[in-house]
Structure formats: structure tokens, C-alpha cells
Design a protein. Structure first.
Length: 370
């Protein structure tokens, strides 16, 4: 098997494992993105939905893995194998959406919120005394960026007329192009963009609306603080891992080291470390930190049923009455924009315009020959 086949197999296995484990990491009161009272988390319909989803993910994951394995055996399924990961992701999303509909229907028919006292919790101290990012954890990424840029500036005058093409964290030696500033420093630019993006997230996430539970307002606020601090540290550390991988890719582009399978493996080692760290963090803290220890309490209330503002199984949030621009997503260690906020659409339009300009290559930098 080639290194690309191993990477395809690893990607399929990782995707299947991530989708299979996602419901176990979710908050118990948000099975498949549906808000339910704590007293209803063990309802038979929810248990059955979990089992059907888990079986479905195992089946489609196995089929995708077998497809890639057969492609590596020379059965000329390479094109089909290239679609294995996206088709697997789409199939798992479909299974999750079906489970979401099942739980939502059971919630409506059983009137699970009947007789409950609904409320919304807030903690003003998260505004007056927010979680402060530990910027020192971003230092390795900045240092690696400086080192890579310095090596590139030193090497640029001796580069050949053509260079191999960067392809993610790897380099395609067979596909060469004219040596332009843009091509020569594409990996360095990627390092800088990662650092800028992570820095913006370090500023934005502490200002996002915190995810608190009205049943345990003080405990959930304490958990959220610890959770957010851990997320920020991991984000900054991940930027360093990406910068390290891009440093190896840069050395291959500049032909300081040969673009071999060994170099490819080395370039992916920091990324693998980041993935392991994120997985360990997710299993330890759970979504929004609900697994973290805190003093237990019971306010006698339940979190307000806000399903009407969440769409696509809890992935998309739109609430015009909510002034928050950024909110924690119902599933996963992730945040999402409030599409009911007008600034969200301005940000998405700016991002789409930037992607279009980058895709069409509006700016063409000169080649080494003139």
C-alpha cells in the first residue's frame, strides 16, 4: 500500500470513530441536538435512537473502509475511494438527522416539558471578569513561523525556476510550477493565516455567550470557565502543531529535504499529536465542559426549551431576539454564528468574497524569470 492509501484508511477510521463517539460526548439533555429535561434523558425512544445510530455508523464506516482497502488492491476503484470519506461523513450526518427527528417526535408526542419550570441562566462575572487567553501558548507557532520565513528568505535566491506544488501538509513533486513569490512562500503564508485566525478566536470565544444550565447555574458557570480556558490552550497549541507541519512542507517545497514518504509522515506527526490532544480533551470534559467536576446543585428549574431557534439537528442557530453574535453549538467542541444577527451575514459575505478572490487568483505575483 502507498502512503496515500494509509492516509485514506486512517481518515475513514477516524471519521467513523468520531461520528460514533459524538453522541456519548454530548450533554445528556441534548441528545442528537434536541433539548430535553434532565428527568427524560433515559426515555426508551432516546435509548433506541442511540442504538440505531451507533449500528448505522458502524455499518457505513465498515463499508467505506472496505472500499478504500479494495482500491489499494489494484481494483481500479481509486476514484470511488476518493469519495469514501465525504460519503461516509454525509451518511453519518444523515443517520444523526434521522435520530434527531426521532427524539424530537417523541418529545412532542410525550409533552416532556409539561409541568416543568423553564428558565434561562446567566453569569455576569463572565463579562466583568472574562476568561483571559494565555497567549504564551501561541509563542511556539510564532517562533516556528519566524524560523520558516527566515529559511525561506535565505533560500529564495537559490531556488530553481520551478518548484513542486504544496498539497496540504504534503508536496506533489510531479506537479511543478514557475517559482513565484506566492508559490515559494505559500506555506509561510498559511502559517501566518493560522496564527491570525487562532488569535481572532482567542479574542472572540471569551466574548461568546456562555453555555449555562438553569438547573445548575453556578456549577455550569464554573465548568464553562475551565472548559473555555482548556479550549483556548488547545487552540494555541494546535497552531504550533500546524506551523511545525508546514515547516516540514516548506523544506520540501524549497527542496532542502526530498519530498519522500518519510518526510510526509514526519509532517503529519505534529498534526496527529494535536488530534490526540483534542480527542483526549473532548472525552475528559465533554461538550461545553459538562463532564468537569463542580459542586452539584438543583435550582428546581430546567433549561428553557429553545429548539425552535436551532436547525439541522442543532448545528445552525438563528434567533433575532438574541444579541449574541457567537454561541456554543449544541454538539461538539465548537461555536457557531447566530444567523439571526445581521453582523453574521456580513461576516459570511466577507468570507465568501475572500474565498472567491483566492479561488480565482486575482493577484498574480511575478515569477523568478520576470
Amino acid at each position: 500500500m502507498t502512503s496515500s492509501v494509509y492516509l485514506d484508511l486512517a481518515l475513514v477510521a477516524l471519521l467513523a470513530a468520531a461520528f460514533w463517539a459524538a453522541p456519548a460526548l454530548a450533554r445528556p439533555t441534548l441528545p442528537f441536538g434536541v433539548r430535553v429535561p434532565a428527568a427524560r434523558v433515559a426515555e426508551p425512544e432516546i435509548v433506541r435512537a442511540h442504538r440505531r445510530y451507533a449500528r448505522g455508523v458502524l455499518v457505513v464506516g465498515t463499508l467505506a473502509f472496505v472500499l478504500v482497502a479494495f482500491a489499494s488492491a489494484g481494483l481500479r476503484w481509486e476514484q470511488a475511494a476518493a469519495f469514501a470519506a465525504p460519503v461516509l461523513a454525509a451518511a453519518c450526518c444523515g443517520l444523526g438527522y434521522q435520530a434527531h427527528r426521532t427524539v424530537a417526535a417523541a418529545k412532542r408526542s410525550g409533552d416532556w416539558y409539561s409541568g416543568t419550570r423553564q428558565a434561562v441562566a446567566t453569569d455576569t462575572s463572565l463579562r466583568t471578569d472574562p476568561v483571559r487567553p494565555q497567549w504564551i501558548f501561541l509563542a511556539p507557532a510564532a517562533v516556528l513561523f519566524a524560523i520558516t520565513a527566515a529559511i525561506g528568505a535565505w533560500r529564495y535566491g537559490d531556488l530553481p525556476a520551478t518548484l513542486p506544488t504544496p498539497n496540504g501538509m504534503t508536496v506533489d513533486s510531479a506537479l511543478r510550477g514557475a517559482t513565484t513569490v506566492g508559490r515559494a512562500f505559500a506555506t509561510v503564508t498559511a502559517q501566518l493565516l493560522i496564527i491570525v485566525l487562532v488569535s481572532l478566536l482567542g479574542i472572540a470565544l471569551p466574548r461568546a455567550r456562555p453555555e449555562l444550565d438553569a438547573a445548575q447555574p453556578a456549577a455550569s458557570a464554573a465548568r464553562y470557565r475551565d472548559y473555555l480556558a482548556g479550549v483556548l490552550r488547545l487552540l494555541f497549541g494546535t497552531a504550533g502543531c500546524v506551523a511545525a507541519s508546514l515547516l516540514v512542507a516548506s523544506l520540501e517545497v524549497w527542496e532542502i529535504v526530498p519530498a519522500t514518504t518519510g518526510a510526509t509522515v514526519v509532517s503529519y506527526v505534529p498534526l496527529a499529536g494535536a488530534v490526540v490532544a483534542w480527542v483526549a480533551f473532548a472525552f475528559r470534559v465533554g461538550d461545553a465542559g459538562h463532564r468537569l467536576p463542580a459542586d452539584e446543585e438543583d435550582s428546581g428549574r430546567v433549561q428553557r426549551d429553545d429548539d425552535r431557534y436551532w436547525h439541522l439537528a442543532g448545528m445552525v442557530y438563528a434567533n433575532r431576539g438574541d444579541p449574541a453574535l457567537l454561541v456554543h453549538r449544541r454538539s461538539g467542541v465548537a461555536w457557531t454564528l447566530n444567523l439571526g444577527h445581521p453582523i453574521s451575514w456580513a461576516l459570511l459575505a466577507a468570507l465568501a468574497a475572500f474565498a472567491a478572490l483566492a479561488g480565482f487568483g486575482v493577484v498574480e505575483l511575478p515569477s523568478r524569470g520576470g
